[in-house]
Structure formats: structure tokens, C-alpha cells
Design a binder for this molecule. Structure first.
Ligand code: HEC
Length: 149
């Protein structure tokens, strides 16, 4: 009887370890937020972003060609754009500070910073919504560049 005890304790330790690992994985799953966050992000997108980036995330027409002002039009956020090429950190900073601040060097951009309008959590929610619309290929690519960042 007593000989079995260490085995039982070790078993319990393994189970506890597995639970901790599983919990860690859930916490890392930043790309899979719950439906509530995505719905909140969608509402923010419609109120703050859709006017430029389009109701269907399609961007402005001919978005690759500079406007007469020399600035770029708003690109799409769907799979046809390049939002999914950027890691989380860069996307967050673009939305919070605006593209001009992130690029620096006197770069001029019509993408405003939303740091005074949206909280950090709201910025993450709107990005979560945008990501939730991407097909698997774009989503996993963006996840990989975010981890590498
Ligand atoms: C006044 C128009 C306007 C509004 C409103 C706007 N954007 Fe933009 N956004 C732009 C433009 C223009 C660019 C391209 C800037 C550049 O490259 O110089 C851009 C670029 C971006 C990029 C970088 C995309 C890439 O592929 O490099 C992200 C991310 C972004 N916007 C997110 C948002 C989000 C999220 C919102 C709403 C909270 C928003 N934008 C609201 C005009 C706008």
C-alpha cells in the first residue's frame, strides 16, 4: 500500500503541471478572443474606422496609388490588404499613435492616432475584430510574425 503513495503523488503533480500548461496556452491565445470582444471591436470599427477603411474592410479605391496630396489612401483590412503582414505590436502602435508617428522621419499620413479616443483595450478589441475576418492562412501568418517580433 505505502509503496504506491509516491506514484500517486507524482501522478497528481503531473496532472497539476498539465493544468498549468493548459491554462498558459489559453492565456497566450491572444488571437482567439471571445465573441464579446469581437462584437465590441466591430462596433468600434463601424464608428471609428469604416468611414476610411470601408464597411466591408475593403479600403479606399485604388489604395496603392498616392492621392494628389502625396499621401496614401486607406488600405483594406481584409486579406487583399497588408494589415495581416504586420505583427500585433506594430498594428497596435499604428492605431494608437497614427502611421506618421510610427514611421517617423517626417512621413505624412492620413491615418490618425486614436490614443485620445480609444482605450488600449478598445484598440485591442478593434484589432481582434479585424483579425477575426481573416481566412486561416492570413491569420496564422500574422500570428507567426507577432511571435517572432
Ligand atoms: C481619416 C481616415 C482614417 C480613419 C478614420 C482610420 N484610418 Fe486607418 N489608415 C488610414 C490611411 C490613409 C492609412 C494608410 C496610411 C499610410 O500608409 O500612410 C491607414 C492605415 C491603417 C493601418 C495600417 C495598415 C497597413 O497595412 O499598413 C491600420 C492597422 C489602420 N489604419 C487601422 C485603423 C483602425 C483600427 C481605425 C479605426 C480605429 C482606422 N484605421 C481609422 C486612414 C484612416
Amino acid at each position: 500500500m505505502t509503496a504506491k503513495l509516491p506514484v500517486v503523488i507524482m501522478g497528481a503533480g503531473l496532472v497539476a503541471g498539465a493544468v498549468v500548461l493548459a491554462a498558459g496556452n489559453v492565456a497566450d491565445e491572444g488571437s482567439m478572443p471571445d465573441a464579446k470582444v469581437i462584437a465590441q471591436g466591430r462596433a468600434i470599427y463601424e464608428a471609428q474606422c469604416a468611414a476610411c477603411h470601408g464597411a466591408e474592410l475593403e479600403g479606399q479605391p485604388d489604395w496603392r496609388s498616392p492621392l494628389p496630396s502625396g499621401r496614401l489612401p486607406a488600405p483594406p483590412h481584409d486579406a487583399s490588404g497588408h494589415t495581416w503582414h504586420h505583427p500585433d505590436e506594430v498594428l497596435f502602435r499604428i492605431v494608437k499613435e497614427g502611421t506618421a508617428a510610427v514611421v517617423g522621419g517626417g512621413y505624412e499620413s492620413d491615418m490618425p492616432g486614436f490614443g485620445d479616443v480609444l482605450t488600449d483595450a478598445e484598440i485591442r478589441a478593434v484589432l481582434a475584430y479585424i483579425k477575426s475576418t481573416w481566412p486561416e492562412r492570413e491569420r496564422s501568418y500574422q500570428e507567426r510574425v507577432s511571435v517572432a517580433d
